[in-house]
Design a protein around this ligand. Structure first.
Ligand SMILES: [Zn+2]
Length: 157
């Protein structure tokens, strides 16, 4: 199975066999070549997508799968979309529902519940076109390229 998660910049990343890929090139025949996001560290892992789906490229990855990272991103994406869509739900309820079936390993890799609730709040405000309240993201830490700015917005009322 392949699915998409968002990168820090909001681009689509492909997840496949436990690895995360970014678009390398799109061919006129509709094929999409994906490269492992660890390409800068030297990984040569690729995925090739055509109408029949995604298959692994010839080269092996030179690192373990990023299963935890993928789950974390999926949960963050879920919180973001639910916060935007389910306007009647409190951020607490949205976070609780997004992490309800999450294993301890994934929970340990997630930001604190408080930070997740703030994230839900911000996604909702963004969806509503309102400025986000200032939030310090102390304790936010992601391995690799997933980072969060420490101060999201200036306070304005
Ligand atoms: Zn790789």
């Amino acid at each position: 199975m392949d699915t998409f998660v968002k990168s820090r910049k909001g681009n689509d990343h492909l997840t496949f066999n436990g690895y995360i890929f970014e678009v390398e090139s799109r061919k006129p025949n509709g094929k999409i070549y994906w490269r492992c996001i660890e390409v800068k560290k030297g990984c040569k892992g690729r995925g090739i997508q055509d109408e029949s789906g995604v298959r692994a490229g010839r080269n092996e990855h030179d690192h373990p799968p990023r299963t935890v990272d993928i789950e974390v991103r999926k949960i963050l994406g879920e919180i973001k979309s639910q916060a935007s869509i389910q306007q009647g739900q409190t951020p607490r309820a949205i976070v609780a529902s997004a992490v309800s079936e999450t294993s301890q390993i994934i929970k340990a890799a997630l930001p604190s519940v408080q930070a997740l609730k703030k994230r839900a709040q911000q996604s909702r405000q963004l969806a509503l076109g309102q400025p986000a309240a200032p939030v310090t993201m102390g304790g936010f830490h992601f391995d690799g390229e997933f980072t969060v700015p420490t101060l999201v917005n200036n306070f304005s009322l």
